[in-house]
Design a protein. Structure first.
Length: 289
């Protein structure tokens, strides 16, 4: 018996099924239809776009039509308020250079080895093999690394190191806590322990967000449709070199989201269920490769 699929989840899933089969969505899609290949690219952004507003994947145009809300979303969560803000973010996401280096380290060092219990910062005072990227990413989040030079006093370097490992441990622990529930959700959706321990990378969290954020940026007028599709193409090309299918891409996305963002995805279980289980989900009718 599912721990997560109850009455209210069923209602939400049915709403998504009906919405994606509705005449209104079909009419909206027909106003700016995407080609079959463009629909494949749009599907890579399915998780975030389903979670936020249940968007179609047959058009790049957003069904949710309130531009001011999209502008606010991009500003609040991405610090994107103009074209010059959008381009570098879309660039590093579509290259899997966002949170992927940090999250892959945590996944490979802890999750794959069955270590989901909290760690203490003291465990990280000495360099931990496999966490080099995670350490560097944490350092760059806290300090201007151009000012950290070899001529800094030893006590200053020790203080910097202690601050970094404290923050690194806190973020790792937040991610591991979220992952425990995310793992439950993925198992509930039919994934196996073996599948969840054999992911080649958590890059799909960056790659998927590249595709969804690109659509939002088109809506806000920061980039053109052809530019958005170019970013999506780059993300999709990288994804198909890493993953075998939508199923693996999706599991890696939720894993990356948990370990990098500290969110367990309980609030989006209905969206996940629709994507994995329902026939009118893009994962069912759009080819991965």
């Amino acid at each position: 018996m599912s721990k997560y699929y109850g009455f209210f989840t069923k209602v939400l899933v049915n709403q998504l099924v009906k919405k994606h089969s509705s005449k209104k969505m079909q009419n909206d899609d027909a106003k700016n239809p995407a080609t079959a290949e463009q629909q494949r690219l749009l599907a890579f952004g399915a998780v975030l776009l389903t979670q936020n507003s249940g968007e179609s994947f047959r058009t790049i145009s957003l069904h949710y039509d309130f531009k001011e809300d999209i502008d606010a979303l991009l500003s609040k969560f991405w610090d994107i308020e103009k074209r010059d803000d959008a381009l570098p973010i879309l660039d590093y996401l579509s290259n899997a250079e966002g949170h992927t280096p940090f999250v892959d380290d945590v996944y490979n060092t802890f999750v794959k080895n069955g270590r989901l219990d909290p760690i203490h910062p003291e465990e990280l005072l000495n360099p931990v093999k496999g966490l080099e990227n995670a350490y560097r990413a944490t350092l760059e989040r806290i300090y201007d690394v151009t000012k950290i030079t070899n001529d800094l006093p030893e006590e200053v370097m020790r203080e910097i190191h202690a601050t970094v490992v404290t923050n690194l441990a806190a973020r790792i622990n937040s991610g591991l806590t979220a992952y425990k529930t995310t793992k439950e959700i993925l198992l509930d959706l039919g994934f196996t322990e073996g599948e969840l321990l054999a992911l080649p990378s958590t890059a799909s969290w960056d790659l998927g967000r590249a595709c969804s954020v690109a659509r939002y940026c088109v809506k806000s007028g920061y980039i053109q449709e052809d530019e958005a599709y170019a970013f999506m193409q780059r993300a999709a090309d990288k994804a198909v070199t890493l993953y075998k299918n939508w199923r693996e891409f999706f599991a890696a996305y939720l894993t990356g989201r948990a370990l990098g963002y500290g969110n367990d995805s309980k609030d989006m279980y209905a969206d996940c269920y629709w994507l994995i289980k329902e026939e009118n989900s893009p994962y069912q009718w759009v080819p991965f490769k």
